[in-house]
Every structure is written in C-alpha cells, then in structure tokens.
Write a protein that binds this ligand. Structure first.
Ligand code: HEC
Length: 316
C-alpha cells in the first residue's frame, strides 16, 4: 500500500517479507473474544476493522521474522502486544531507526563506515552483510543535503553535476548515480573514485571538503540509505533464532523496482520451550500440550497481510 504522505522529505516504505506468529501471554482478549477461542483476533485488532495491533486486555507474544530487519542477523523479532502498545522484548534490540530526529522523515543519523560487515549468526556461522542493503558497521552521516543539492544543480562549475548525470542522478551523458549499488562504496571510497575521473576534474576538484561532504549527502539521498541499522540483540530479544536458505541475490531481486521475482525459500524458526523471560509465552508440556496461536504472512507488503486467526499447536 502506498503511503499517503508526499515524497518531499526522507521516507521509508518498511515493506519486505515478514512472517509473524502470535501466542497468548496472559489471557488476551478483544471484543472478538478470548485468544483461546478466536486466536489472533484477540490480539491484533481490538477495534475490529482498525489496524491497531493491541488486545483490549491481557498480552500477546509476537514472533516476527523480517527479511530486512531480523533475517540478516539470524533471528526473528520478539515483541509483546499489550493494551496500549506493541513493544520489543527486554534487552538490546535487533534494529533501530536510522534517524537523526524524531520521525523517519528527518534524514539518516548514520551511514556505512566502509569496513566489512562480518556478523556471527546464532548458529555460529558467519555472514557478510551487503552495505547496499544493510547498515551494521556505521559512522555518523555528515553533510548538508540541501546545500549539496544546490551545488549539484548549479549552472556553472564547480558543481554543475546535473549537466552530465541528470537532475536526480538518473544519468545523462554520463552514468546513473542514483542506484543503491552506490552504497557499496564508503564515503571515502566514493570521493577517491570521483577524484580520479578526468572528465569530472573542473566540476569536482575545486570544491572544498565541506562542499564535497554536502554533495555526497545529497547523492546518498538519491541512492537511498537503510532506514534502520542492525544490532546484535541480547536478553529476551535474542530468544527466537531463524535460519533460511534465502540468498542475497533473491533479496536483491525482491528490492528491484520490478515485480517481486524472488522464488520459494524456506525458513526454520526455533525457540526454547521455556525461555524463563516474563515477556515470552512459555510451553510447559507437563501441564499443557495444546496451544492456540495465529500466523500472518506479509509478501513484501507490511500493511496488507494474509493470516489465519486461530491455529492450534499440539505437542504429541
Ligand atoms: C563532464 C561530465 C561530468 C560532470 C559534470 C560530472 N561528472 Fe560525475 N562522472 C562523469 C564520468 C565520465 C564518470 C565515470 C562513469 C561514466 O563513464 O559515466 C562519472 C562518475 C561519477 C560517479 C560514480 C563514481 C563511482 O565510482 O561510482 C559519481 C558519484 C559522480 N560522477 C558524481 C558527480 C558529481 C557529484 C558531480 C558534480 C560535482 C559530477 N559527477 C559531475 C562525468 C561527469
């Protein structure tokens, strides 16, 4: 679903593949009924027809695997929906908003620092996160985007980048520079590369360091900066582990502005029956062998999801 806001400021769609489970955590209920009788309808929509994810009493444990925000680090997000909020479990979270202000439209606080983003997954394997999509090793985002824009668009050099690369980096007599692949270069590497392009010398070399930083801030705006940065979770946020056979190529295809072409992939989610954390549903097989739960699937779309309201998990 397209957001109704304008695209005049920074924006992030928050779309991506997600798979969410909901388990009762303290007798959740809504006008639709109790969790044990109606499943997810007790948790997700206290006012039926609204998209508010809160029960009207009790709490619900939400397990949310997210292609962009939890999968790269090998987890599913662990959350609790209670009567007035949907909040993360205790501990360091898997991701934080990459914003320098109070809203997602304020612009990024961080960008990639240029170092290889090697992470250790909960299963002990290591993985390298592609900076085109994921922000993990970060440094402060610097530069004045508006100033960079005006130097970029100036009618005469220095600046005047528009004459070869187009008004929004879409390309012209020279290359397209507004693609996410630009994020594979750190700020320093991108500047060094520009220093060495002979055609660009009169336009780029006379600029001050401040001018250059402002232009790169503008270029980052054109190519996009991850709207969240990832973080190694701990405490109750590290309870739900996930492995999938999703490859970066499939992720890349899913993010291209064409139809969603990624094919089938599989996902294995594991969690201890008893985490001993108070913000988790526990499974005590000595007292109870069947548990009501709900499941929802988001196919590259956070708002329109399909779900089953009531499922039963039976331990045999
Ligand atoms: C006279 C034409 C011209 C102008 C003006 C120009 N460039 Fe370029 N730019 C090039 C050429 C040529 C390349 C090399 C790639 C290609 O062949 O298109 C390039 C490449 C780039 C790249 C890609 C570098 C990389 O390693 O990925 C960036 C970014 C870039 N230019 C930014 C700018 C900025 C910012 C300005 C304004 C200060 C600017 N360019 C002005 C011709 C130009």
């Amino acid at each position: 679903m397209k957001p109704s806001e304008t695209s005049a400021a920074w924006t992030s769609q928050r779309n991506g593949d997600k798979l969410a489970f909901a388990f009762d955590l303290g007798n959740a209920s809504s006008p639709a009924g109790s969790f044990s009788s109606v499943g997810c309808a007790a948790s997700c929509h206290s006012n039926l027809g609204s998209s508010v994810m809160y029960p009207s009493s009790g709490k619900v444990d939400i397990w949310n695997w997210d292609l962009a925000l939890s999968s790269p680090l090998g987890y599913a997000v662990d959350m609790v929906a209670n009567t007035d909020s949907l909040s993360h479990d205790n501990g360091n979270r898997l991701y934080y908003r990459n914003s320098n202000g109070n809203t997602g439209r304020s612009g990024p606080a961080y960008e990639w620092d240029g170092s290889t983003q090697t992470v250790t997954l909960p299963n002990g394997q290591s993985s390298i996160l592609d900076p085109a999509f994921y922000l993990f090793n970060k440094t402060a985002f610097i530069g004045n985007i508006q100033r960079g824009d005006s130097i970029y668009q100036s009618a005469t050099p220095p600046g005047d980048c528009v004459s070869c690369h187009g008004s929004v980096g879409q390309g012209g007599s020279s290359s397209i520079i507004n693609t996410i692949s630009q994020n594979k270069k750190s700020r320093a590497a991108l500047m060094a590369s520009m220093d060495n392009i002979a055609d660009m010398a009169p336009y780029w070399l006379p600029l001050s360091q401040q001018d250059r930083d402002d232009i790169v801030a503008y270029l980052r705006g054109l190519s996009g900066v991850p709207g969240y940065y990832l973080n190694t979770p701990d405490g109750s946020n590290a309870d739900i582990k996930a492995i999938s056979n999703l490859t970066p190529i499939q992720v890349k295809n899913a993010m291209l502005p064409v139809t969603n072409v990624h094919t089938v992939y599989q996902l294995l989610i594991t969690r201890k029956l008893n985490t001993t954390n108070t913000d988790d549903a526990q499974f005590d097989l000595t007292t109870q062998r069947s548990y009501t739960f709900g499941v929802a699937l988001m196919d590259n779309d956070g708002k329109n999801h399909i779900g089953s309201l009531k499922e039963t998990l039976i331990f045999k």
